[in-house]
Ligand binder design. Structure first.
Ligand code: TYD
Ligand code: MG
Length: 453
């Protein structure tokens, strides 16, 4: 029996230390070093030693590197393709993180069931029967998807060698363990080792691997940060569990932009792609109520019309409450201060609640003007016309600032039947003959004048 070897790992950055210490030398974090049992990985290889005779790599000129095999694999899921930048790159490792119950397993199972390629779905969390039951709910006509319930990487690679799948899905990386390391599944050294083995397998066979990763309480992917450095793409599946919408974002993407966004709706039969989100995010009401305004925002390359709701009421308790859902609370306070100082509204003694409908979070600054308009509307109890929308940033001086790609926002608003869009006077707009009225404003007072006369 091999002697038990232990070493010390930093839970924050994954660096290894010879002894325990209070602070990690590498990332300077305190109290993050933990002891873990390991065994020196004499030979960590995804294949049997005979088949592992590797060709030594030789340097190549950029133009001589063969990229013909890099053609992306279509996932047959428009939203997933968009977030990845056009499909899965062969040999890439993609990590999908998200809170428990958000639908990570559902999303990847659903994609594997749709794929015409041979797919291996490895689950360390659920039994084959459970997965089958889920598969029946999602897509009863599954064809080329194999399910394996296994957690030991060596066994998984054995099955992979026999089956030769085109795509491998692992649910989840925290349940895997490798024989070369003695510590328990989910520990830093196990996660590192299993990921290294999977990367080696993916790169050598050009098979893409999709990993599911758990996240910790503070929203980071459980395990060392190094996991995120090791993989090619990190996707985050987010949303409010009480809402039906789920949002897929790329936090890191070696093969595409990280601005793209995929939107899904959780239904009884799996996740439905929402290809025209604007129509769903705006509630359809007949009567006009005070306190809401529509913002023409952009998420990645995609224009998105979002409804902002505000409720301003007299504070019952001493300290007024300010709360924002889906919007930065500090930014809300700043906008309230601007309204107070530049437009003379006494909001200091009022409770202000702000909500972005649909459970999504927006950080496009162009939403500012809609936030201000919804607050004004609620404060004055006047309803804004339903077919008005807004796209501009508000500065500290109360100036209405231009935002990027304004034409795209205007065209989307026009397409969805809005009659007027409020934008900054300083935006250069090349559009001519639009069917939508473009109202140019330069300061917050202009907005007040339009609505309150
Ligand atoms: P799951 O994919 O198990 O989440 P994760 O792997 O991220 O932990 O998601 C499960 C949730 O989704 C569960 O609460 C039930 C719900 N669900 C549906 O609403 N419809 C469906 O068709 C499926 C399969 C799940
Ligand atoms: Mg799961």
């Amino acid at each position: 029996m091999a002697k038990v070897k232990t070493t010390f790992f930093c839970q924050n950055c994954g660096s290894q230390h010879a002894k325990w210490q209070g602070q990690c030398n590498a990332c300077k974090a305190w109290n993050t070093i933990v002891e873990e049992v390991i065994q020196t990985p004499e030979k960590s290889d995804w294949k049997s030693p005979t088949s592992a005779i590797k060709k030594a790599a030789v340097p190549l000129r950029v133009q001589d590197i063969d990229t013909s095999k890099e053609a992306r694999l279509d996932t047959f899921d428009g939203e997933f393709n968009r977030v990845l930048g056009g499909g899965i790159v062969p040999g890439s490792l993609t990590l999908l993180g998200g809170e428990p119950g958000i639908g990570k397993s559902t999303l990847l199972l659903q994609i594997s069931l749709k794929l015409p390629y041979k797919t291996l779905y490895v689950s360390g969390e659920e039994s084959q029967k459970q997965i089958k039951m889920r598969a029946e709910r999602i897509n009863p006509k599954h064809n080329n998807c194999y399910i394996l319930t296994e957690t030991k990487t060596q066994n998984i690679f054995k099955q992979i060698e026999a089956l030769e799948p085109d795509i491998v899905i692992i649910d989840s990386i925290q349940t895997l363990h490798s024989d070369y390391i003695e510590s328990s599944s989910g520990s830093i050294s196990q996660i590192k080792e299993c990921t290294t083995e999977l990367i080696k397998f993916a790169k050598e066979t050009a098979t893409p691997v999709l990993l599911i990763g758990h996240i910790t309480k503070d929203g980071n992917i459980a395990g060392p940060k190094i996991l995120e450095h090791m993989v090619d793409t990190v996707l985050q599946f987010e949303g409010d569990r009480n809402h039906v919408f789920r949002i897929l974002r790329a936090h890191k993407n070696r093969f595409g932009s990280t601005n793209e966004l995929g939107i899904y709706e959780m239904q009884g039969s799996g996740l439905r792609e929402v290809s025209n989100p604007s129509e769903i995010l705006i509630s359809k009401k007949d009567e006009e109520l005070s306190g809401n305004a529509i913002a023409a925002t952009l998420e990645g390359m995609r224009p998105l019309m979002i409804e902002v709701q505000a409720l301003v009421s007299t504070a019952v308790y001493g300290t007024p409450q300010r709360s924002a859902t889906g919007f930065n609370a500090k930014r809300l306070n700043m906008l309230l201060a601007v309204l107070e100082k530049r437009a003379g509204f006494r909001l200091g003694a009022k409770d202000v609640f702000l909500n972005i409908t649909g459970g999504i979070t927006v950080d496009d600054p162009a939403i500012d003007l809609a936030v201000v308009a919804s607050i004004l509307s609620s404060n004055e109890d006047i309803s804004l016309p339903k077919d008005f929308c807004f796209a501009a940033e508000v500065g500290l001086l109360g100036e209405i600032r231009p935002v990027q790609r304004i034409e795209q926002r205007i065209l989307e608003a026009e397409k969805l039947g809005f009659s007027t869009i409020f934008v900054s006077k300083y935006n250069k707009i090349a559009l001519k003959n639009t069917g939508i009225k473009i109202q140019l404003i330069s300061k917050i007072e202009d907005l007040v004048t339009v609505f309150l006369g």
